[in-house]
Design a protein around this ligand. Structure first.
Ligand code: NAG
Ligand code: NAG
Ligand code: NAG
Ligand code: NAG
Ligand code: NAG
Ligand code: NAG
Ligand code: NAG
Ligand code: NAG
Length: 759
C-alpha cells in the first residue's frame, strides 16, 4: 500500500491495502518470456520491471517480485495509458542508476470558507517491504505563509523532522511583498533533507499554524517529498493559484530501488537468487540502505538482469559510435571485448583519439647514419627524462591527496585553530591527522557506527589521547555552512576547554576531510531517550533518578550559558542526553551544531522540542534551550512523547490537565508513588515556567538546576535505576552470575536495583 491519504475533514480512504510482495524469497531468477509487454504509454519497462495484472502479483514471470507495474488509463492524464505502482504513477525507470521517478501526492492544509475551519489532506507513502526507498536527492518541501509541517518516518528511532514557512516574521501585512522567486529559505517555503534508507513517510501539519487570518491571499499550505532538482520556488506557489495547481496535485519523486536486500558479497553466495546474470554483469551495493543493484561492466551495455545474448550485457562496438567514443582517424578503430583501440595510421604518431596524429618522419639511410650517434645520445636523454617524469607523476599523485587534505584544513579554519592553540597551550585538545582518523575508524566502516543523528554519524574508535590509547566516539559532521567556518573553529576551541562532569568532553578534531571530524569522550551507556521509551530494557528510572538526571543536565546547560562566550545547545532533547556509568547525565551533540544555528532559517532542532519563539524569530537564544528543557522535563515526568499521534503537544495536554485538576493522572504511575506525587507536581510547575511566553519571563537555567536538585533530594527513593518485571528465575540467575557489579535486592518491592543493569 504505497500511498494513502488521511483527510482529517473528509476521511477519504483512497486505497485499500492489498499487501505487498516481499523481496528475495529465494526464488530462482525467472527468465521473462519474450511476450511480456515492455512499454506503457511511451515509458520503457525493462526487466526486472514488468507489466502485470495486479501490482501485488508475484507469479508473473514478466517482472521480479516487487517490480510489477500495472498499465492503465486515468482521467488525470487525459486518458493516456500510464504505468502505475499501486496508485503511484511511474514516470521513468533507469536500470543503470537503479532509480525510478514517480509522481507523489501533494499534501495540503487549506482554509475552508464554508466551515471557517481548516481542511487537511495528508498523504503518506509506504514502501516498507518493497524494493523502493526515497532517494536522498529528495527534500521535504513545505510551501505556505503560516505553516509548520512535519515529515514522519517509521524507521529505527521514529524519524521526525519538519520545517516552518512564514511570510512575515510574527505579523501578516501583505504576504505577497515578502515573497521572492527562487529562494526557499523560510519565507513562503522551507525544505529539509531526509535520512538515507527512508522507505515510509507521512505528512502532518501543525494545527497551531494555520492560514485562517490570511486566507484571502494564501488559503493553503502544502507539503510534499519531492526531487529537489525539479523544484524552484515561485512566489505564486504560496499565494493563489498555489503550488498544488501548478503541479496538478503531484510532484516528481526520485526513488532508489534494489533487487535484493543483502549486500553483494552475501548475494553472490546464493546463485539461485543472485540477480546479476552473465559474465559481464557486476554487482553494486546500494548507497541508500541495504541491498544491491547490477550494472554492466565497463565497455558493455544491455540489461544486467538478463543472461540471453540478445538482451544481457553485450560488448559495445565503440567503433560504430565515434561521436561517443572518439577516434578521429576513421578506419583505424579496432573493437575488442570490453573496449577498443584507436591507432594512428601508418607513418604517423600521436594520439588518434583526439586526432593529434602527426607524420612520422622517416629518413634516408645516409641521414640515418648521420644522426645515428646523435640518436643514441638523444635516446639516452629521453630515457632519463621518462624515468623522471614517471617519478614526478607518482609524487604528484601522493601530494595531491596531501594537498587536498590541506585545503580542507584551511577551509575549515585550521590555520585559526593552530594559532589559537599556539596562544593557549595545554587545552587538552588534539588535532588529529587524516590518516589517524581513517585508521581508527577503519575508513569509516559501517561496522563501527554507534549512532546517527541530525548532526552527523558517530563511530566507535580507539585513538591516542594524551599519549594513551583510548576508546573514543568520532563524529563525522554533515555538511557545514561555508560562511560559518571561522566561527566554527572558535566554538571548537571553546568547547575543547569545557570540562564539566555532565558534558561529553570534546577531545579533539580533524579538519583534513571535506567535513569536520570531532573526537569525543566515549560514553558507555544509552541515551535518555532509550531509558524513557525503549521497550528493550526492563529498567525504569524512578522519580528521584529522573529528577537527578534532569538536574545534572540543567547544571550542564547552565554552565554553558554562563561562559564568557556563552554556548547555546539548540537541540535539547532526550536523545542528546547520554547516560554514563551510574546513570550520570552527559549532555552531548554540540560541535557540528554550533555552526549553523544562527543562519539556518529552516528550523533547527527537533519538532516537539523547538521553541515556537525561535521558529518566529530564527534567532537562537538561551531561552530556546530553556523551552526545550521544559518539554524534556515534562517527558521525564509523564513518560509521554512531546507530540502525540494526534499532533497534540505534551505542553498543551499538561496545561489542560492542570486546568481541570487531573494532573495526577498524567504521571507515569510506575515512577511516581503517593509519597512523591507532591514533588512531581512541583516539578511540573517548574517545567511549565520554562514554557511561558514571551521567553524572557522564563527562569534562568541556573535556578532551574538548583530547584531540580532540591526536588530530587526530597524524594525518598533509591537513587540508582530500578529494574521491574523480573521473574524470580531472572533474579536467581543474576544472583548466581559472577559479576563485579554491586546488586541490591529489595524483595518486598519486587524491584532489583542495579547500577550496571541496562547494557
Ligand atoms: C552503470 O554504468 C553506467 C555506464 O558505465 C554508469 O553511467 C553508471 O553510473 C553505472 N551505475 C552505477 C550505479 O554504478
Ligand atoms: C468545505 O467544507 C464543506 C463541508 O465539509 C465541504 O462540503 C466543502 O467541499 C469544503 N470546501 C472546500 C473548498 O474544500
Ligand atoms: C488557527 O490558529 C488560530 C491562532 O492563530 C487559532 O485561534 C484557531 O483556533 C486556529 N484554527 C484552527 C481551525 O485550528
Ligand atoms: C507499511 O507497509 C508494510 C507492509 O505492508 C506494513 O507492514 C507496515 O506496517 C506499513 N507501515 C505503516 C506505517 O503503515
Ligand atoms: C516570479 O516569476 C514570475 C514568472 O516566472 C513572474 O511573473 C513574477 O513577477 C515573479 N515574481 C517576483 C516577485 O519576482
Ligand atoms: C490539488 O490538485 C489535485 C489535482 O488537480 C486536486 O484533485 C486537489 O483537489 C487539489 N487540492 C487542493 C487543496 O487544491
Ligand atoms: C615511424 O617510422 C619508422 C620507420 O618507418 C617505424 O619503424 C616506426 O614504427 C614508425 N612509428 C610509428 C609510431 O608509426
Ligand atoms: C587527447 O586525449 C588524451 C586522453 O586520451 C588527453 O590526455 C589529452 O590531453 C588530449 N589532447 C588534446 C589535445 O585534447
Amino acid at each position: 500500500m504505497p500511498s494513502h491519504r488521511s483527510a482529517a475533514a473528509s476521511l477519504l480512504a483512497v486505497w485499500l491495502c492489498l499487501g505487498v510482495a516481499l523481496l528475495g524469497v529465494g526464488a530462482a531468477p525467472l527468465r521473462p518470456s519474450s511476450s511480456c509487454q515492455r512499454d506503457c504509454g511511451g515509458v520503457d519497462i525493462p526487466y526486472p520491471f514488468g507489466i502485470v495484472d495486479s501490482p501485488g502479483d508475484s507469479s508473473s514471470d514478466c517482472a521480479m517480485p516487487g517490480f510489477g507495474l500495472t498499465c492503465h488509463e486515468t482521467d488525470v492524464n487525459g486518458g493516456r495509458r500510464t504505468p502505475f505502482y499501486y496508485d503511484v504513477e511511474v514516470v521513468d525507470v533507469s536500470l543503470q542508476q537503479g532509480q525510478a521517478r514517480m509522481q507523489n501526492h501533494i499534501s495540503s492544509y487549506c482554509y475552508n470558507a464554508t466551515t471557517q475551519g481548516m481542511d487537511a489532506s495528508e498523504w503518506r507513502l509506504n514502501f516498507t517491504g518493497t524494493p523502493y526507498r526515497f532517494a536522498d536527492t529528495n527534500k521535504f518541501t513545505v510551501i505556505g505563509c503560516q505553516t509548520l509541517a512535519y515529515i514522519m518516518g517509521e524507521q529505527a528511532g521514529d524519524y521526525t523532522s519538519g520545517c516552518v514557512a512564514m511570510c512575515q516574521r510574527g505579523g501578516y501585512g501583505d504576504v505577497r511583498s515578502a515573497l521572492s522567486n527562487g529562494s526557499c529559505s523560510g519565507i513562503g517555503c522551507c525544505q529539509t533533507a531526509i535520512p538515507r534508507g527512508l522507505d515510509y513517510y507521512r505528512v502532518s501539519f501543525d494545527s497551531g499554524f494555520n492560514t485562517t487570518e490570511i486566507h484571502d491571499v494564501s488559503p493553503c499550505s502544502y507539503a510534499v517529498l519531492m526531487d529537489d532538482s525539479d523544484f524552484t520556488f515561485q512566489a505564486s506557489y504560496a499565494t493563489l493559484p498555489g503550488f498544488n495547481n501548478t503541479f496538478d496535485g503531484e510532484a516528481p519523486l526520485a526513488v532508489d530501488w534494489v533487487v535484493g536486500e543483502e549486500s553483494c558479497d552475501v548475494a553472490r553466495k546464493d546463485p539461485s537468487s543472485y540477480a546479476c546474470l552473465g559474465d559481464h554483469s557486476e554487482c553494486f551495493d546500494s548507497l541508500n540502505g541495504p541491498g544491491y543493484i547490477c550494472n554492466c561492466s565497463k565497455g558493455f551495455q544491455g540489461n544486467p538482469y538478463l543472461q540471453d545474448p540478445e538482451h544481457g550485457c553485450k560488448d559495445i562496438n565503440e567503433c560504430t559510435d565515434l561521436e561517443k567514443y572518439p577516434c578521429n582517424v576513421p578506419g583505424t578503430c579496432q573493437n575488442f571485448l570490453g573496449g577498443f583501440q584507436c591507432h594512428c595510421p601508418k607513418h604517423t604518431k600521436g594520439d588518434a583519439q583526439n586526432g593529434t596524429c602527426e607524420a612520422n618522419h622517416t629518413f634516408g639511410l645516409g641521414e640515418k647514419l648521420g644522426i645515428g650517434a646523435f640518436g643514441v645520445v638523444l635516446v639516452g636523454l629521453v630515457c632519463i627524462l621518462a624515468v623522471e617524469i614517471i617519478r614526478h607523476k607518482r609524487s604528484i599523485k601522493r601530494q595531491a591527496l596531501i594537498r587536498q587534505s590541506d585545503e580542507y584544513f584551511q577551509q575549515h579554519g585550521g590555520q585559526i585553530l593552530s594559532e589559537m592553540m599556539g596562544v593557549e597551550r595545554n587545552i587538552g585538545f588534539t588535532v588529529y591527522a587524516r590518516g589517524a582518523i581513517e585508521a581508527a575508524t577503519n575508513g569509516f566502516d559501517k561496522e563501527n557506527i554507534i549512532g546517527e543523528g541530525g548532526q552527523g554519524t558517530v563511530y566507535k574508535a580507539v585513538l591516542d589521547v594524551e599519549g594513551k590509547d583510548t576508546l573514543v566516539a568520532v563524529k563525522r559532521c554533515k555538511e557545514v555552512d561555508e560562511s560559518k567556518r571561522k566561527d566554527f573553529v572558535q566554538e571548537l576551541v571553546i568547547l575543547g576547554r569545557v570540562d564539566h562532569p555532565n558534558i561529553v568532553k570534546l577531545l579533539g578534531c580533524c579538519l583534513q576531510f571535506e567535513v569536520p571530524i570531532l573526537v569525543y569522550e566515549y560514553v558507555q551507556n544509552k541515551t535518555l531517550l532509550e531509558l524513557l521509551h525503549s521497550q528493550l530494557t526492563s529498567c525504569r528510572a524512578m522519580l528521584g533518578t529522573r529528577l537527578r538526571i534532569a538536574a545534572q543536565a540543567a547544571g550542564a546547560l547552565a554552565y554553558l550559558h554562563s561562559l564568557a562566550h556563552p554556548i547555546l545547545h539548540g537541540d535539547v532533547k532526550p536523545a542528546n542526553i547520554l547516560l554514563g556509568d551510574g546513570w550520570v547525565a552527559k549532555v552531548s551533540d554540540f560541535g557540528c551544531s554550533t555552526i549553523d544555528e544562527k543562519t539556518q532559517v529552516v528550523a533547527r532542532g527537533t519538532p516537539g522540542y523547538v521553541d515556537p519563539e525561535y521558529l518566529l524569530e530564527y534567532q537562537l537564544t538561551d531561552k530556546n534551550d530553556i523551552y526545550s528543557f521544559g518539554i524534556l522535563l515534562l517527558e521525564l515526568l509523564t513518560g509521554k512523547k512531546p507530540l502525540s499521534k494526534q499532533r497534540k503537544s505534551l505542553a498543551a495536554i499538561v496545561q489542560e490537565s492542570m486546568g481541570d485538576g487531573t494532573l495526577h493522572q498524567l504521571f507515569d504511575q510506575e515512577i511516581v508513588d503517593d509519597a512523591s506525587i507532591g514533588v512531581a507536581v512541583q516539578a511540573v510547575e517548574l517545567a511549565t515556567r520554562c514554557l511561558v511566553m514571551p521567553g524572557n519571563r522564563r527562569p534562568a537555567m541556573r535556578c532551574i538546576a538548583e530547584e531540580l536538585q532540591q526536588l530530587a533530594d526530597q524524594v525518598q527513593q533509591p537513587l540508582v535505576s530500578e529494574c521491574h518485571s523480573l521473574t524470580i528465575k531472572d533474579m536467581e540467575s543474576s544472583m548466581s552470575s559472577e559479576t563485579d557489579t554491586t546488586r541490591v535486592f529489595s524483595l518486598e518491592k519486587k524491584v532489583v536495583l542495579s547500577i550496571e543493569f541496562a547494557r
